[in-house]
Design a protein around this ligand. Sequence first.
Ligand SMILES: Cc1cc2nc3c(=O)[nH]c(=O)nc-3n(C[C@H](O)[C@H](O)[C@H](O)COP(=O)(O)OP(=O)(O)OC[C@H]3O[C@@H](n4cnc5c(N)ncnc54)[C@H](O)[C@@H]3O)c2cc1C
Length: 298
Amino acid sequence: MSLDLQTQIPIRSNVSLAGLTSMRVGGAAEYFISPRSSTELAESLAWACDRNLPITIIGAGSNLLISDRGLEGLVVCTRHLRGIDFDEKSGQVTAAAGEPVARLAMQAASHGWSGFEWAVGIPGTVGGLVVMNAGAQGGCAADCVVSVETVTLTGETKLIHPQDLDFSYRTSALQGSSLLVTGATFKFQTSGDSTAIASDTEAKLKVRHTTQPYHLPNFRSVFRNPLPQFAARLIEDAGLKGYQIGTAQVSELHANFIVNLGNAKASDIFSLIEHIKSVICDRNGVVLETEVKMIGHF
Ligand SMILES: Cc1cc2nc3c(=O)[nH]c(=O)nc-3n(C[C@H](O)[C@H](O)[C@H](O)COP(=O)(O)OP(=O)(O)OC[C@H]3O[C@@H](n4cnc5c(N)ncnc54)[C@H](O)[C@@H]3O)c2cc1C
């Protein structure tokens, strides 16, 4: 339903968000848009600003726990902002915020460009990858980002370079800022053998599928590793593997995963997270921090 007949911005109201997250839980957005162009994005941000509405940005929802009570204001989902542009001369590739990371990894491999194989199993978008400084198997976004295109909530565009992004373990200066990432430019190594890179990329994907519970809804690592310790080891040693609240369970395959066995509520998952934190704090004196972003009221 279009709410604004003058601008024809396709903003909808009361849209369920559960299906837009990898955990498959959460309530509805008061208002929702998944813009298909930068014009539509700018118009929808202006629409929300004119009404003084809070704005929440989501990508693929693979690192989000959204409250059962839903979200007030406008939720902007970036997944329709698409486009990948390989510049053979500079060896750089620019991808729009909503591009799936896996698609970028596959396309880089088929170009014979290496340095992004580690990213193939990450189910997020390019925007989420940069904001989270997501990483795997020794690589992370910070290793290959050249610049990030952003827009402020009032519509001003800003190009940000790595020195201003404060990348560190699973975080960046973009977290908690009000900037919306619209795209990012990466630099890879361009002189590789595309067959070898493609087979390495596929091998990396296979390893993940055999060691992690991909068959059930989850958001992968619930907690940041309290280095030099590992969250999964602490949780497993506390005997919490398989522990359940409602139908939210600490995975039996990997202790730093929570899985939704079916119809779990965000409140079950939240309670399970709080329970794990309290057990590990009492047992090991370690305060676990969530890697997962929790949004809305809990
Ligand atoms: C099966 C599975 C495997 C995973 N494997 C890994 C892994 O190997 N390594 C790893 O690091 N993570 C992993 N994750 C977690 C997750 O995929 C990453 O954190 C990913 O980068 C999140 O991207 P997203 O698009 O889903 O972001 P979302 O979950 O939608 O959002 C995450 C945060 O980023 C913000 N955000 C998203 N897009 C934008 C944007 N365009 N502009 C501004 N803010 C934005 C959101 O507001 C939110 O705060 C995994 C998750 C799952 C479910």
